[in-house]
Design a protein around this ligand. Structure first.
Ligand SMILES: Nc1ncnc2c1ncn2[C@@H]1O[C@H](COP(=O)(O)OP(=O)(O)O)[C@@H](O)[C@H]1O
Ligand SMILES: [Mg+2]
Length: 146
């Protein structure tokens, strides 16, 4: 079965609520690959996920650009990566990423298209496209089967 969904949001809050609403389908070990330009709303989406997972300080979620990964504690652990400034090779060399990608929590990666060769066989692809000042199109697709 293929899972595919598409929505349009008209505010950052709506993007957050949309992300929050998909938390129900997530299982431990799932990975979400976020794809979209700078300012698309990837981090906003992660805030929504964090909220849905019961992370207390979800509003303080921001892009972990300088630390590669931030870990949040909710009902499940949330591993938030931003690989904007990294090449796949240095990402692989810098960090024991498999421990997170194939771990017990939920992994979410901003700019996941930059490391597509090392993404697991199965993951959720979330593409966010800018359509206007406050309008975004969010497309979710299951890659592989899970
Ligand atoms: N519908 C929307 N969804 C998400 N963000 C939006 C939306 N409309 C406006 N924005 C704004 O766009 C910006 C998205 O920023 P951010 O989530 O940090 O993007 P990214 O992580 O993709 O670079 C924020 O300033 C947010 O307020
Ligand atoms: Mg970001």
């Amino acid at each position: 079965m293929t899972f595919k969904t598409k929505t349009i949001t008209y505010s950052p809050e709506e993007t957050m609520s949309f992300a929050e609403s998909i938390v129900g389908i997530l299982e431990r070990g799932d990975l979400i690959a976020l794809i979209g330009d700078l300012g698309a709303g990837k981090t906003m989406f992660v805030k929504g996920l964090a909220k849905g997972l019961g992370v207390q300080d979800h509003l303080y979620v921001n892009s972990p650009s300088f630390v590669i990964m931030k870990e949040y504690r909710g009902e499940k652990k949330l591993y938030h990566f931003d690989v904007y400034r990294l090449e796949e090779k240095s990402f692989v060399e810098t960090l024991d990423y498999e421990k997170y990608f194939y771990g017990n929590g939920i992994t979410v990666i901003e700019w996941a298209n930059k490391i597509k060769n090392i993404l697991p066989e199965k993951y959720l692809e979330v593409k966010i496209e800018y359509r206007g000042l406050a309008e975004r199109e969010i497309m979710i697709r299951k890659i592989g089967q899970k």
